[in-house]
Design a protein around this ligand. Structure first.
Ligand code: FAD
Length: 327
């Protein structure tokens, strides 16, 4: 039977669920607290272009994920990133990443979610605070206290801490309780984009260093379709360093990460512009992978990367499985 469904969150999981449910004939509305779609597949405007400060690339180990993207985002929205990936082993030697196709949005990561969102009805800049019972349905109420319609089913794709808050405010305490572990295991990440007019001399495009400060370093300008003058590098701090500096000033964070990058590569180039972004909920270290969660009695489903491996492809997989289960 045809149902009205609310999807909370317009990251990859939310958009995937909305598209697939719409295809089945259901009436779907997506709610997003931010200005645009994308969630953690995020790009920040910098200079005359943009830098991917969230997800860096994604894999498509499941061929159906690639088919989904080709069909709904279009093959212009993403390309393979044939970069030189290196990681530093315990003896501090640099090793290549395993061979694998790695993809990025073109000309920025958000191109994918932007294209997907054209197929669904997204209400942006509305943060859902709670679900209220209305007979057999749910009424959605935002943080401004406004009602946003009644729905037969609600799918929550927020990261675990935000999902838990929403469930508690909706008196769905049983479901909220289940999120205790995942909430505990979500890792924060300070991200910095740094612009170099004089490119640093580095023998790789993307690196995972053996460092207490830097978790990841990548030449964003080496991604296809960026067309930057100079180079934008994206630096991600380790979860430990981020936790220890979670309330630090952005300028302090930029200096620290840029300094570590210089020390690591021996490159003495200095950036002429930096932008910092703090992710309180970046990556999920939760390893249990049920794929999704559906509370049939209440008509409330949970999907998102944290339910399926903590990556872009997992977010898609989780949403796909939830929709298959509730049809
Ligand atoms: P999200 O993208 O977080 O979407 C949830 C959405 O819900 C958000 O848009 C949020 O604003 C919205 N929302 C939350 N609460 C509410 C509310 N109450 N009302 C309305 N809207 C709400 N993955 C990879 O595969 N490869 C990588 O290289 C990689 N690197 C990463 C680096 C960083 C720094 C970060 C932060 C993440 C990285 N990831 C990477 C993980 C990847 O970004 C995520 O797995 C994926 O984007 C999650 O998608 P999602 O839809 O599950 O969640």
């Amino acid at each position: 039977s045809i149902r009205s469904v609310a999807v909370i969150g317009s990251g990859l999981a939310g958009l995937t669920a909305a598209i697939l449910l719409g295809q089945l004939g259901h009436s779907v509305t997506v709610f997003e607290k931010s200005r645009g779609p994308g969630g953690r597949m995020a790009s920040k405007r910098v200079g005359s272009g943009s830098a991917d400060v969230g997800a860096q690339y994604f894999t498509a180990r499941n061929r159906e994920f690639l088919s989904f993207l080709q069909r709904w985002a279009g093959s212009d929205a993403f390309l393979e990133w044939p970069a030189r990936f290196r990681f530093q082993d315990d003896t501090l030697n640099w090793q290549p990443f395993p061979e694998e196709k790695r993809y990025v949005g073109v000309p920025r990561m958000t191109a994918i979610t932007r294209a997907l969102s054209a197929h669904v009805d997204v209400t942006a800049q509305v943060r859902i605070e709670r679900l209220e019972r209305s007979g057999n349905q749910w009424q959605l109420v935002c943080t401004e206290g406004l009602n946003h319609g009644v729905f037969d089913q609600v799918i929550i794709t927020a990261p675990p801490a935000q999902a838990q808050e929403l469930l508690r405010a909706s008196q769905l305490d049983g479901l909220a309780e289940e999120l205790e572990k995942p909430v505990d295991q979500i890792l924060p990440c300070w991200a910095v984009a740094a612009h170099y007019s004089e490119p640093p001399e580095v023998d790789a495009d993307a690196m995972r260093p053996h460092s207490e400060v830097l978790y990841w370093v990548a030449n964003n300008s080496s991604k296809p379709g960026r067309d930057d003058s100079g180079q934008w590098w994206v630096l991600h701090a380790t979860p430990e360093w981020t936790k220890a500096h979670v309330d630090a000033e952005p300028g302090y964070v930029s200096n620290a990460l840029v300094g570590e990058f210089a020390a690591l590569t021996g490159a003495d180039a200095r950036p002429d512009e930096t932008v910092a972004h703090r992710w309180l909920y970046a990556r999920s270290a939760w390893s249990s992978q049920p794929g999704y969660r559906y509370d049939a009695e209440n008509g409330v489903g949970l999907a998102g990367d944290w339910l399926a491996g903590g990556r872009v492809e997992g977010a898609w997989e989780s949403a796909t499985r939830l929709v298959a289960a509730i049809q």
